[in-house]
Design a protein around this ligand. Structure first.
Ligand SMILES: [Mg+2]
Length: 167
């Protein structure tokens, strides 16, 4: 997995901003995430690097457009990395991807009940690369178990919880 591509999936609320409506940047946490990712990059020697979105505040296509309008430039500037447009995903997109990769067919309601961030990436750990990137994946979210890792033949998925970085 040397020189594997790195994709960083970012949560928004309580990770980079306070909440979707106010949208205030959380500078201390954002800086801590950047430092943590930079230290991981030095260890990983990654190939191409890009950003993706995994925020349950972004429910559908209108929210994605609002995200692009309100937040994507600031986030790209902060990390000095670009979002890949196909990885700017809403809750609806994640549900569709999960439904395409398994025999499970989640309704909106069931998806909201069962789809923790950890579950979603676990369900996608063997997914085809046109549905979920292969290589190194870092998931940054204020609710996940910091330091956990999922390793398969084609992916290493690492969990970073920003609350654990700032104490
Ligand atoms: Mg959050």
């Amino acid at each position: 997995m040397n020189r594997a591509n790195l994709t960083i999936f970012l949560d928004l609320e309580e990770t980079l901003i306070d909440d979707w409506f106010a949208g205030n940047w959380l500078p201390e946490q954002a800086d801590a995430i950047l430092d943590c990712i930079n230290s991981r990059i030095l260890e990983l020697h990654p190939g191409a690097m890009s950003l993706g979105l995994m925020s349950w505040a972004v429910e559908h296509v209108d929210d994605k457009l609002a995200f692009i309008r309100r937040f994507s430039d600031a986030i790209e500037n902060h990390f000095d990395l670009k979002f890949r447009s196909e990885f700017i995903l809403s809750v609806q997109d994640w549900r569709r991807i999960i439904n395409r990769t398994s025999i499970i067919n989640f309704s909106n309601e069931d998806f909201n009940d069962f789809a923790t961030k950890e579950n979603v990436v676990f369900w996608l750990r063997h997914a085809n690369e046109n549905l979920f990137p292969i290589g190194h994946i870092i998931l940054v979210d204020d609710t996940i178990s910091h330091g956990d890792k999922i390793v398969t033949d084609s992916r290493v998925i690492e969990f970073i919880n920003p609350k654990q970085l700032t104490g």
